[in-house]
Write a protein that binds this ligand. Structure first.
Ligand code: DGI
Ligand code: FE
Ligand code: FE
Ligand code: FE
Length: 188
């Protein structure tokens, strides 16, 4: 499927505001991919599809996570986390995406993980800083995203996510800590 066809399919699955976010993530991911020497076409596809399950039925997602033997830890954490791996599932099943890097970028766009590829980092970052996002600290992250080291940008973003959850008294999914530690240990 081409860009416009995928976008149209997303339009049917989400409210206007989320669709505008999707377009923002797509444009931002393409720009980041060009800057960091990653494939802009892959970034585009992953970004368009990243939130396809944001409004999917919770019971349906739960049963698929069990049936398809996805990480069972997901079910112990907030259901907000489920739309990411389910987005990867839908990208493969409904939109015939078979590029594993694109599927991983969708799968880990909410939590991050240890050993992320450049494409995974780009989609994670684009999701946080796209122009329609409004939250305290977003301007600092947009400034941090100008760094020439993709790992440094990713550290700023995962740090913000973890601190945000801790300040809200929420549990943090283990992959997020593993992501943070992995990047900190690799720091040059
Ligand atoms: O889908 P988006 O809103 O574009 O962004 P996202 O996929 O990054 O989801 C963000 C939401 O997920 C946000 O409300 C915080 C929540 N979240 C992310 N990681 C964790 C988490 N919630 C809990 N409880 N634990 C996490 O580790
Ligand atoms: Fe999301
Ligand atoms: Fe995110
Ligand atoms: Fe998103």
């Amino acid at each position: 499927m081409e860009r416009d066809e995928l976008l149209l399919a997303m339009k049917d699955r989400m409210p206007e505001k989320r669709y505008i976010h999707t377009i923002g993530v797509t444009e931002t991911a393409i720009t980041l991919a060009e800057r960091f020497g990653s494939d802009p076409r892959k970034a585009e596809t992953a970004a368009i599809l990243h939130d396809s399950c944001k409004y999917a039925d919770r019971d349906w997602m739960k049963s698929k996570i069990i049936d398809k033997e996805m990480d069972p830890t997901l079910l112990k954490y907030h259901h907000e986390l489920w739309h990411a791996p389910m987005g990867a599932y839908v990208a493969k099943k409904e939109f015939n995406i078979d590029d594993q890097d694109i599927l991983n970028a969708i799968c880990y766009h909410t939590t991050g993980r240890k050993g992320m590829s450049d494409l995974e980092k780009i989609v994670y970052i684009a999701d946080m800083i796209e122009p329609n996002r409004r939250y305290p600290g977003v301007e600092d992250l947009r400034a941090a995203a100008k760094d020439e080291d993709l790992n440094e940008v990713m550290i700023a973003c995962i740090r913000h996510s973890i601190m945000f959850l801790i300040n809200k008294n929420q549990p943090v999914f283990p992959d997020s800590f593993k992501c943070y530690n992995d990047l900190m240990l690799k720091r040059g």
